[in-house]
Design a binder for this molecule. Structure first.
Ligand code: FAD
Length: 429
């Protein structure tokens, strides 16, 4: 066996970066994977941490531990801030420099506010574990403040929860908060009836879940209404502030506003001087390389490519994983002396979304499901894709417990702002 000389640096250990690292097993290369967090996160279940269903440790795993058996892989905790494409070095925030021969950029995306970043403090989005625990704190704190509030108008505002964006995340958040308020919490408070909480889902488009067929989208709409969610479509949000939200021609006082609309790619394209689309995603070549830079790959949510029968590849976990594995196969082929261009083609296996704990919609293309059967398929699919037997068992048990008893165990208000007294009544939580 020849000495290992080729250095592959992967930036980002999300679905795309981790799949690339896994796919490179057995390659004659020294691999360095760099992430700003020490954990890989299963974002599809993040909303369940935000709504007190699951604990953080059930949906995240230390990257170092996941790669512990790969002696050729070095895991670094650090924030990448740039790439020198001439000297082929990745630079970190702390001044460190990591040289590469092949670079894989897989730094994902974050929520975006359509040019209104000033709304973020009032309408946080959901992307990281910190976001999820901050949302959980806001939601639970609002019930606590309502319990202590004697002014009925202010109490109503504390019990009004607004979710902006009718995609899968918005639908899942709204459904879960409605169940929390209407099913799980009523017996736990003495001065408020949490069943009187109002959960409003605001979507600017004509219908929720536009990536699904019209019939599944209408089913989801009706299922949300049955859960007690007030679904407002065709109304764009014009303002978010400490007092509430302005949408269409309405002003709605609300102390909890959650943002599930809009996405912006990481800065990876700018680091490597790659042209982008309107959402900041790197426009890559057919083989996922940067234009004119065959040694740089950009994959997952931070790239855009029309590789789904000529349509853009969706920003979902299976697409990111497929890209990671594709790039790993290309790198391995190159190391074996095969420099042929290998175009990426996305294979879509289906769309899934859940509405509370008894209904879901699934579109596999060749067959569609909705209702409780879809919910079970959704649940099994998510358990299957979690990493490790322990997490699969823990999540399955948490769901079973909630399903049978209606009681959630993750009602924890953590981090700052945890004392209701510290938050002046009438101010934003
Ligand atoms: C709330 C939510 C729910 C979702 N639900 C679903 C779902 O149900 N089904 C589905 O298929 N998809 C879902 N998605 C989308 C899916 O999670 C993404 O498409 C997928 O995570 C993209 O993978 P990625 O590897 O490109 O990015 P990510 O998984 O986001 O990983 C990017 C990694 O890069 C790291 N990183 C970023 N910047 C830097 C930097 N400067 N330096 C070092 N490291 C950095 C991050 O810490 C992160 O670990 C959901 C997303 C969200 C936010």
């Amino acid at each position: 066996m020849s000495a290992v000389t080729h250095r592959v640096v992967i930036v980002g250990a999300g679905f795309a970066g981790l799949a690339a690292a896994h796919g490179l097993a057995g390659a004659n290369a020294a691999i360095t994977i760099i992430d700003q967090r020490n954990h890989h996160l299963f974002q599809p279940l993040l909303y369940q941490v935000g709504t007190a269903t699951l604990a953080t440790s059930e949906i995240a795993w230390p990257i170092r531990h996941l790669l512990r058996r790969r002696s050729e892989v070095t895991t670094l905790l650090g924030v990448v801030t740039g790439v020198d494409t001439t000297t082929r070095v990745v630079s970190l925030e702390d001044g460190a420099a990591v040289p590469y021969d092949t670079l894989v950029l897989a730094t994902g995306a974050r929520h975006a506010y359509f040019g209104h970043d000033e709304w973020e403090p009032y309408a946080p989005g959901l992307k990281t574990l910190e976001d999820a625990t901050a949302i959980r704190r806001r939601v639970l704190l609002s019930f606590e403040q309502a319990e202590r509030e004697s002014d009925p108008t202010k109490r109503t505002a504390f019990l009004t929860f607004v979710v902006v964006g009718g995609g899968p995340t918005g639908v899942e958040l709204a459904g879960a908060i409605a169940e929390l308020a209407h099913v799980n919490l009523p017996t736990e408070f003495r001065h408020i009836d949490t069943r009187k909480s109002r959960v409003v889902l605001i979507e600017a488009g004509r219908r929720i879940l536009p990536s699904f067929d019209e019939d599944l989208s209408s089913y989801a709409h009706e299922a949300l209404v049955r859960l007690g969610v007030d679904v407002q479509v065709g109304a764009a949000v014009r303002e978010c502030n400490a007092e509430g939200v302005v949408y269409g021609d309405q002003t709605l006082p609300a102390k909890v506003i959650l943002w599930a609309a809009g996405v912006r790619a990481s800065a990876a394209a700018a680091w490597a001087g790659i042209p982008t689309d309107g959402a900041g995603r790197a426009k890559v070549e057919s083989d996922l390389t940067a234009p004119g830079r065959p040694e740089i790959f950009v994959i997952g949510d931070t790239a855009t490519i029309n590789a789904w029968h000529g349509k853009p590849v969706p920003g979902i976990a299976p697409a990111a994983k497929q890209q990671g594995l594709h790039v790993a196969a290309t790198i391995k082929a190159r190391l074996a002396g095969d420099a042929a261009i290998r175009p990426f083609a996305y294979k879509h296996s289906g769309n899934l979304a859940t509405i509370g704990k008894r209904a879901a919609i699934i579109d596999f293309g060749w067959i569609k499901f909705r209702g409780w059967l879809a919910w079970w398929i959704w649940g099994l699919a998510h358990i299957y894709f979690l990493i490790g037997v322990r997490n699969r068992l823990a999540v399955a048990l948490s769901w079973l417990w909630i399903y049978v008893t209606g009681s959630r165990s993750a009602y924890l208000i953590t981090q700052a702002e945890h004392r209701p007294k510290a938050v002046p009544q009438g101010s934003s939580t």
